[in-house]
Write a protein that binds this ligand. Structure first.
Ligand code: FMN
Length: 189
C-alpha cells in the first residue's frame, strides 16, 4: 500500500486535482490523505460549481481520508506517520513561498515541511503566470532541497483533442513522478 498526501491549494486548475484524485481512487494499492486549503475549496467551487465533498461523494473513496486544513494534530503532521510522497496540485505561489520558508502554519505547510525533512518525494504543481524573480527563487530553493517543481504545462505531441486530454498530460507526469504504474498514461512512442 502506498500512502500519498494530496494537497489542493487555491490556484486556478482545480481540475488537475480532481483528475489526479479520480485516478488515485481507482488504484487499490494507494491510500490518499487529502488536504484542501480554504482558497483551494473556493477556487474549486468557482471553477467546477461543486465543493470538494460533493466531488468526493462521486468517487470510490474507501481509500481516501479528508483532513481539516487547520488540523495540525492530524497523524500526517508527524514524521513518524509512514507517508510515501506528497503532491500539491495545483500549488499557489503563496503556499510555495511558505513551504520554501519552512513555515508550518497549516496542515499543508506542515506536511510539506515534514516531507522535506524526511527526504520523501514532494511534487509541486506550481501554477502562476508570469513568474516573478521571487517565485523563481522560491522554486530554486525548493528544487535544491529535493522538491520537484512540475508546472502544469501541456504537451502537444500526443495530439490532445479535449481539455481533459490536456489536463491528463500533466496528471500522467505526476503519476510517473509518484512512481505509480497506470496503464492509462499516454507516452510518446
Ligand atoms: C479564481 C482564483 C484563481 C487564482 N489563481 C491563482 C494562481 O493560479 N496562482 C496563484 O499563486 N494564486 C492564485 N490565486 C490566489 C490564491 O488563491 C491566494 O493567493 C490564496 O491566498 C492562496 O492560499 P493557499 O495557498 O493557502 O490556497 C487565485 C485566486 C482566485 C480567487
Amino acid at each position: 500500500m502506498k500512502r500519498i498526501i494530496v494537497a489542493v491549494t487555491g490556484a486556478t486548475g482545480s481540475v488537475y486535482a480532481l483528475h489526479l484524485l479520480q485516478r488515485l481512487c481507482q488504484m487499490e494499492e494507494v491510500f490518499v490523505h487529502l488536504v484542501v486549503s480554504p482558497w483551494g475549496e473556493r477556487v474549486m467551487l468557482e471553477e467546477t460549481g461543486k465543493t470538494v465533498r460533493e466531488w468526493l461523494s462521486g468517487l470510490p473513496n474507501d481509500n481516501l481520508f479528508l483532513y481539516e486544513h487547520a488540523d495540525l494534530g492530524a497523524p500526517i503532521a508527524s514524521g513518524s506517520y509512514p507517508i510515501d510522497a506528497m503532491v500539491v496540485i495545483p500549488c499557489t505561489m503563496g503556499s510555495l513561498g511558505a513551504i520554501a520558508c519552512g513555515l508550518s502554519a497549516n496542515l499543508i505547510e506542515r506536511c510539506a515541511s515534514v516531507t522535506l525533512k524526511e527526504k520523501r518525494p514532494l511534487i509541486l504543481v506550481a501554477r502562476e503566470t508570469p513568474l516573478s524573480s521571487l517565485h523563481l527563487q522560491n522554486m530554486l530553493t525548493l528544487s535544491n532541497v529535493g522538491a520537484m517543481i512540475l508546472p502544469p504545462v501541456p504537451t502537444f505531441y500526443c495530439h490532445p483533442k479535449t481539455v481533459d486530454d490536456i489536463v491528463d498530460s500533466t496528471v500522467d507526469r505526476v503519476l510517473d513522478s509518484l512512481r505509480l504504474a497506470d496503464t492509462k498514461i499516454k507516452r510518446w512512442k
